[in-house]
Design a protein. Structure first.
Length: 324
């Protein structure tokens, strides 16, 4: 009982808004699990395996995220570093690399511990320029030193895009945990990460649901034929409303600042989704891997996050978190 009491006391030491938010996510996942059990009885002719797989995967992802948020910033940084590694591995396994690019591929993987090290030591100024500036300069220099000129420009652009997307942009989600405690945050730094992820994933789900229910007009027919204007607008409005009404429980902003985040974040999520769809279509694949049952790969799951994380971070930095 003493262990249970200590565990309960540790859990209750976290901001109540964060605990209620996590409980709400668990509740929604429970409803999905119930739906996965009921639908086969109501619609026995249809195959609901994908739904059950997706819900089971959500349980694992929610458990990992909740555990990291409750443990603190070191766990969140480690979790996102692993996510960056898997996402970059998926990207490089699909991208048209050559045998002579092996040294550059090794250098690309080394940027992950270096980039996240700057988060660990809380050096935002260095993190801000490490990948966009110095990796941007070093990568083409190394390729030139190796004498690789065949498809040189395309290869340089491909490697740098992978680093920016899978490492740099994703890292912003982890850097939210380093926000100073001096700021007034209703749910602490973990609440910032929680709100970012909830809004990003909710936007994906809302666009899918609205598109299934009312979708008629294709918005990007040659890139992602299943996306419609109705789904995009429905998801945009729904996510903006979620951020507007739920955001004050987790974010240190209100009024015009909150409205700006509510309006722009769903647009960024849509942009990330469509951009990754264009890349996969160019590479001739549907999913980046089959690591997550029912979802595809890690990069499939975080495609929207690669656009929303830096925008969310910089908007908060502009409006409230002065140290950034």
């Amino acid at each position: 009982m003493d262990v249970i009491d200590k565990a309960l006391a540790w859990l209750l030491s976290h901001p109540s808004n964060l605990l209620w938010g996590l409980a709400g996510v668990v509740g929604l996942c429970t409803l999905g699990a119930i739906a996965g059990m009921i639908l086969p009885l109501v619609q026995p002719a249809k195959d609901h395996t994908n739904l059950r797989e997706r819900v089971a995967s959500w349980w694992v992802m929610i458990a990992l995220l909740a555990g990291a948020l409750l443990i603190g910033w070191p766990a969140v940084v480690i979790l996102f570093a692993i996510v960056s590694f898997i996402a970059l591995r998926e990207f490089l396994s699909l991208a048209p690399t050559r045998r002579e690019d092996r040294l550059i591929i090794l250098a690309a993987y080394l940027t992950i511990p270096l980039s996240y090290f700057f988060i660990i030591i809380d050096r935002y100024g260095i993190y801000l320029v490490f990948v966009p500036v110095y990796c941007f300069l070093v990568t083409p220099f190394l390729m030139a030193c190796m004498g690789q000129t065949r498809n040189y420009l395309a290869a340089v652009a491909m490697f740098h895009w992978g680093l920016m997307t899978c490492v740099y942009n994703v890292g912003y989600a982890a850097f939210l945990m380093r926000a100073t405690s001096a700021e007034i945050m209703p749910a602490g730094p973990a609440g910032l990460v929680f709100m970012l992820l909830v809004a990003t994933e909710f936007n994906d789900v809302a666009q899918y649901v609205w598109g299934k229910l009312f979708g008629r007009r294709k918005i990007t027919p040659t890139v992602s034929p299943n996306k419609t204007w109705e789904g995009f607008i429905g998801g945009w409005v729904s996510t903006a409303a979620l951020i507007w009404f739920v955001g004050p429980l987790f974010l240190p902003v209100q009024g015009g600042a909150l409205a700006t985040i509510a309006v722009t974040l769903p647009l960024a999520g849509f942009a990330g989704d469509v951009t990754m769809s264009a890349i996969k279509r160019d590479l001739g694949v549907k999913d980046t891997s089959h690591l997550i049952p029912g979802h595809g790969g890690v990069l499939d799951r975080i495609d929207s996050l690669t656009f929303t994380a830096p925008l969310f971070f910089h908007l908060l930095a502009f409006f409230t978190v002065g140290r950034f």
